[in-house]
Ligand binder design. Structure first.
Ligand SMILES: [Zn+2]
Length: 262
């Protein structure tokens, strides 16, 4: 029998106005779906990692030298199933919808949040086919208008449970088995704070969407969208961001391929 390990990882970015460093925070949950799992199954490949065809939108771009100055590929971490590459397009994105009972001013703030999130999608859409869908069922990326889930930790010295300072956003992914093809698949949830200015909501959405499109790491340069900290003047998507994205999409992954065996 096959044991599928469901792994949830997250990168928590503390994207404050000050120079606060992002924290890489890994949450791991293992759920066994099989009644008699073989003990080594989660560690052995579920399928052979293979490269998907490069999306046309990335083929079209001028190729640039694959050196460290044109990309930050070395900073990108593969997951246990390989790089977080999408292989079925368009990638389906659901945006949180406003509840019915909002006041006029709350409606306006919600609309500003939606506009910023939509703009970040439009910006990345030049490089990968994306589509906003009206219902949250079977989407690839869900963007929620909410604070990241707080995880309290026990202070080892005082024994007191402490709630970490609120972050502006969090992106996490989950693996699942797509039926009936039995393909290994992934799904992202982005928590995007309702409490930022439209400019910072856009900058944060742009950054978190970069993670969800496969850039699972941070750039060391503040001129890149995927820089680990929020900056005073948020940059647009840079050639280095795109070169890194393209290198990621040229890597082998188990995601998007059917599991082998029964
Ligand atoms: Zn980040």
């Amino acid at each position: 029998m096959l044991a599928i390990a469901f792994l949830i990882f997250s990168i928590t970015g503390q994207l404050g106005r000050t120079e606060s460093r992002a924290i890489a925070n890994f949450v791991r949950e293992s759920i066994t779906t099989s009644p008699d799992p073989s003990p080594d199954a989660p560690n052995s490949p579920l399928t052979t990692p293979r490269v998907h065809p490069l999306p046309f939108s990335l083929v079209q771009l001028d190729s640039s030298p694959n050196d460290d100055s044109s990309a930050y590929f070395a900073e990108i971490k593969p997951t246990p199933l390989g790089y977080l590459v999408w292989s079925q397009f368009p990638v389906r994105i659901y945006l949180d919808q406003p509840p019915d009972n909002l006041s006029i001013s709350e409606q306006e703030r919600f609309a500003n949040w939606t506009k910023a999130a939509e703009q970040s999608i439009q910006e990345w859409q030049q490089y990968l086919p994306l589509m906003i869908v009206p219902l949250p069922e079977s989407v690839d990326i869900e963007i929620r208008r909410s604070f990241p889930p707080q995880r309290s930790t026990r202070n080892p010295t005082t024994g007191v449970m402490e709630i970490p300072r609120a972050a502006a956003a969090q992106t996490r992914y989950q693996f699942y088995l797509q039926t009936p093809e039995r393909r290994l698949a992934h799904r992202f949830t982005i928590y995007l704070s309702p409490n930022q200015t439209p400019e910072y909501t856009l900058a944060t959405a742009r950054h978190e969407l970069g993670h969800a499109l496969g850039i699972w790491g941070h750039s060391p340069l503040e001129t890149d969208v995927m820089y680990f900290s929020q900056v005073r003047t948020p940059p647009p998507i840079s050639p280095r961001d795109i070169n890194t994205l393209r290198r990621i999409y040229q890597q082998p992954t188990q995601l998007g391929w059917p599991v082998e065996g029964k």
